[in-house]
Design a protein around this ligand. Structure first.
Ligand code: PHE
Length: 453
């Protein structure tokens, strides 16, 4: 029997569309708008895009389905879900331990994500201050300092807690529904503007003409897989908990495919913005290469692009404002989904209310963020790597194995039938069950082991 309390007491998305907004909001984040384009630029342009598309649909989508199905079937947070599915007590103990690792990973990701989102917020503030003519505030906000980093990360964390403590429908769904359409419109406007500027076509060429000699390079495949998993928010229990709030009648395979498609499409569109913008910046005299490679990472977002905005006068300030607003919105709909993982776990396994759980989890995570700000050099890279390169792929394997082996085939079929009574005749049902049992875990493991060499 499914574990956990009744849907009424734990919240539910109001419709399939509400879920799609929330899940794509989680998926579309800094990973898409910043990570994907720079990864593509440093890995052979369209060759990376090609490999990414294959991996997103062949590996990440089946893993996403594993999380959604476990979530909707068990109707509970990841610790209780994995801790109740196996038939043996050893299996259940292992499941609860793995679920706890996922809660810690999600919290750790939010720990560094809030800092990066704080940088984004500070640049949003700086561009607004510049437009208002407040030069002193603008330069304080655009120059890194411990006070600025702590302050902006705190504001971002408070926003995240405020949305999550509002609940599934009134918090997560309502804000995702508002933010996601605005994000898409802003992205389109920015792409349109940047593509009309001199220099943009060189960036387009780099992005869209594949360097096929690089397509099968192990490093490229590895980066593409990591990118696909991070981008679809996999391996930390986010999609599992969102799946647990899905109405029973929603068709899972098509809804999951829609989320994957939107995520990939927005990453692709972000490439149409970022790479041309870099070459427009070059035309304006901004340095976009370092040691012979395109500048990626934080320097791209917080130095190259602001230099471009500054060189473009008042149009540039507006452009900067729109760009950092876009990044803030993308980051917020992702961070709420990260905080939902520990919040749901606390609310469902302790006497705390949802509000209390969100504040407690948010406070503990902010302490981690503050530690990362204070001891940046030793901590930042380590937390990012441990969470995204080790824990996420390993948990991805565990979740596929649980969906494939710990849920009986008839139960899986019954779960999928609720949304599509003909599901037995679909390709999905013919391919996915054996695929998630054997192929998916083995492929993720192969790529993971390869990355350790
Ligand atoms: N998918 C988000 C992004 O692309 C990051 C994320 C990871 C969100 C894990 C939730 C959980 O930025």
């Amino acid at each position: 029997m499914p574990a956990g309390p009744s849907p009424a007491s734990r919240g539910e998305f109001s419709s399939r569309l509400g879920f799609v907004f929330a899940a794509t909001g989680s998926a579309v984040g800094l990973g898409n708008i910043w990570g994907f384009p720079t990864n593509a630029a440093s890995n052979g342009g369209a060759a990376f895009l090609l490999v990414y598309l294959v991996l997103a649909f062949c590996l990440a989508y089946p893993a996403l389905m594993a999380e959604l199905i476990i979530g909707r079937h068990s109707r509970s947070n990841i610790v209780s879900a994995l801790g109740s599915l196996p038939a043996t007590s050893g299996g259940r103990r292992f499941g609860a331990a793995a679920g706890t690792v996922a809660v810690i990973t999600s919290s750790a990701i939010l720990g560094f994500y809030a800092l990066v989102a704080g940088w984004v917020l500070s640049h949003l503030g700086a561009e607004s201050a510049r437009l208002a003519g407040w030069q002193t505030s603008a330069s304080w906000l655009s120059q890194g300092s411990i006070a600025r980093d702590l302050g902006c990360a705190l504001v971002f964390s408070l926003l995240t807690v405020a949305v999550v403590s509002g609940g599934v429908k009134a918090g997560i769904e309502r804000w995702s529904e508002r933010i996601m359409p605005a994000l898409v419109i802003l992205l389109m406007v920015l792409i349109g503007y940047v593509l009309l500027q001199p220099g943009a076509s060189a960036g387009l060429r780099l992005y869209l003409v594949p360097d096929l000699s690089r397509a099968l390079h192990p490093q490229l495949i590895l980066s593409a897989l990591g990118q696909a998993f991070f981008s679809l928010s996999l391996g930390v229990g986010t999609m599992l908990i969102y799946g647990s709030y899905l109405p029973r009648t929603v068709n899972l395979p098509t809804t999951g495919a829609l989320v994957t498609l939107v995520d990939v499409a927005i990453a692709f569109l972000a490439g149409l913005l970022i790479l041309p913008a870099m070459f427009v910046a070059q035309q304006q005299g901004v340095e976009i290469h370092r040691d012979g490679l395109l500048i990626a990472g934080p320097d791209l977002i917080f130095q190259v692009l602001p230099a471009l905005f500054a060189a473009m006068g008042s149009a540039g300030s507006l452009l900067g404002l729109a760009f950092f607003a876009l990044l803030t919105m993308a980051a917020l709909t992702s961070s709420i989904s990260m905080l939902e993982v520990p919040t749901a776990w606390l609310a469902e396994s302790t006497p705390l209310s949802r509000r209390g759980a969100a504040w407690l989890a948010g406070t503990v995570i902010f302490i981690l963020t503050a530690a990362i700000v204070l001891w940046f050099d030793p901590l930042f890279g380590w937390v990012v790597r441990a969470a995204t390169e080790v824990s996420e792929p390993l948990m991805g394997i565990v979740l596929c194995l649980f969906a494939g082996w710990a849920i009986h085939r008839d139960t899986l079929l019954a779960e999928l039938r609720r949304g599509d009574w003909m599901v037995e005749n679909t390709w999905f049902w013919k391919i996915w069950p054996p695929y998630v049992r054997f192929v998916c875990p083995l492929l993720i493991a192969a790529v993971f082991v390869n990355s350790l060499r």
